[in-house]
Design a protein around this ligand. Structure first.
Ligand code: ADP
Length: 475
């Protein structure tokens, strides 16, 4: 169902689309599939609500967000099961996603109250200069399937905290989590029109959102290719944009690193969500003196990961989202093997009775080289390639040699090296001996072709605010 102007409704055409469980290949739901007309209606509802919502006090907006965060926690189990059923991640990870969504909503409930203006020392004694921060207007959000709940939370919460209203289009693969999120909005009595949900094909909905002069902000998480398209489409109406795009994260293990901790970190950053996150490790660079030992530890840990339907207990790695992802993973492995990569574990599709989806074995490949597809393309799957290096400067250059710049990780126990390397990496997020840097307190976003803008942190809310400079002459 769509949620427009505070009401649940089907598409005008009565059209629906199927939602598939990637662990079984079975259909789990039919949901409304909207087109241009409903998108325009949602934009108009958001616009009408904006003139009211922006005038609510920060405390009032904050109170709504607090209630939404509480609803998310109350429905944690139901939400987690929805996430797992429609996109496959293990239930434990899905529960953490619900926690993280609630945490982002709470963070922005607090930030709503701290949108301070400024006064500026004036250039003349008879002038007063000041800055007001005001909500930018209607924001359109387009979100991906890999974090079907938290990506929505990270966009809608700062928008409505700032006083904006929102139209959101979730990924067609994962509309059910979005609908559950909107149930929370509904139950928290969020005023009508403040948040609107449009489920429908990207080619229909996308251009209406980007083309509308009413929409003043586009916030997107997804592939770099689609991000570039949205940037172009948004140019005609000169929208403010936030883009969280692809990544190709390096993971560097220096010779002085704690190998056990580094291997644990590599497993966490590589195999979380079956490798399907934009901050997942893509290239593991290990100092040549410890490459063999590290490869052994990593392969042993990867072999210990349990593959299966995420609803089952003890599963660490679920299915890939679809056939195209599955084929890409296979292509990367085959290409690496053809170029003399050595498979230390995995390397094949994972088959087991009763599993119908796209499963692949957690895979570690050593002797990786720069000419392999996996060295430059985002795999978005459970394959860990190990490269080796000799010198610090060399590995920094290799790590930075990509159009992407989202997340990078490195392990060392040398403090001076830590300080040097963290400054040199051209990435928006750096984990130093830390595989889990993401938290609402921290700004999330990329350098270079990984994006524009930040989500979370103290900068997150600024993405939805305009800065108005006022000069007063006392005549
Ligand atoms: P992925 O490859 O992970 O599915 P995409 O970038 O294709 O990532 O999708 C992320 C989001 O962008 C989804 O909600 C998808 O429907 C949407 N999307 C894809 N193509 C377009 C487009 N041309 N215009 C607007 N949205 C799009």
């Amino acid at each position: 169902m769509l949620y427009i102007n505070g009401e649940w409704r089907p598409a005008n055409s009565g059209k629906t689309m199927e939602v598939i469980n990637p662990a079984t290949g079975e259909k789990i739901a039919d949901v409304a599939s909207a087109g241009k007309g409903e998108t325009q209606e949602a934009i108009e509802a958001a616009n009408a609500a904006f003139s009211i919502w922006r005038k609510r006090t920060a405390q009032e907006r904050s109170a709504y967000l607090e209630r939404i965060a509480d609803k998310l926690q109350e429905k944690k189990e139901e939400l987690a099961r929805t996430i797992t059923t429609e996109m496959g991640k293990p239930l434990g990870e899905a529960r953490r996603e619900v926690d993280s969504s609630a945490a982002y909503v709470k963070w922005f409930a607090e930030e709503a109250k701290r949108v301070y203006g400024e006064t500026i020392p004036a250039n003349q004694s008879d002038k007063h200069l000041m800055i007001l921060r005001q909500p930018i207007g209607v924001a359109a959000a387009i979100t991906p399937w890999n974090f079907p709940l938290s990506m929505i939370a990270r966009k809608i919460a700062p928008a409505i905290a700032a006083g904006c209203t929102v139209v959101i289009k979730p990924a067609p693969a994962t509309p059910l989590s979005a609908m559950k999120m909107f149930e929370c909005f509904d139950e928290a009595d969020l005023p009508k029109g403040v948040a609107n949900l449009i489920i429908g094909p990207a080619e229909e909905v996308g251009p209406v959102l980007t083309g509308s002069p009413i929409v003043r902000k586009i916030t997107f998480t997804g592939s770099t290719a689609v991000g570039k398209l949205l940037l172009k489409q948004s140019a005609d109406t000169v929208k403010k944009v936030s883009m969280e795009l692809g990544g190709h994260a390096p993971f560097i293990v220096f010779e002085d690193a704690d190998l056990e901790a580094a291997a644990k970190g590599a497993i966490a950053t590589k195999f979380v969500n079956n490798g399907q996150t934009c901050i997942c490790t893509n290239r593991i660079y290990v100092h040549e003196s410890i490459k063999e030992e590290f490869g052994k530890i990593l392969a042993e840990k990867a072999r210990g990961l349990k593959v299966g339907n995420g609803l089952e207990d003890g599963v660490n790695v679920g299915p890939l989202i679809n056939q195209a992802s599955y084929e890409k993973v296979q292509r990367h492995v085959q290409d690496a093997v053809a170029k003399n990569g050595q498979v230390l574990c995995g390397g094949n599709p994972y088959e087991e009775d009763g599993l119908g989806g796209y499963f692949f074995e957690p895979t570690v490949i050593t002797n990786a080289t720069e000419d392999m597809q996996i060295a430059t393309e985002e795999t978005f799957g459970p394959v860990a390639p190990i490269f080796s290096f000799k010198e610090e400067a060399e590995v920094i250059e290799k790590a930075n040699n990509t159009p992407y710049g989202l997340a990078a990780y490195f392990y060392t126990s040398d403090l001076s090296r830590g300080l040097r390397v963290m400054a040199e990496l051209d990435y928006g997020i750096v984990g130093l001996n830390d595989p889990a840097p993401v938290t609402p307190q921290g700004p999330f976003g990329g350098y270079k072709e990984s994006g524009i803008g930040r989500e979370g942190g103290k900068s997150g809310i600024l993405e939805y605010l305009e800065e108005k400079y006022i000069s007063i002459h006392m005549i």
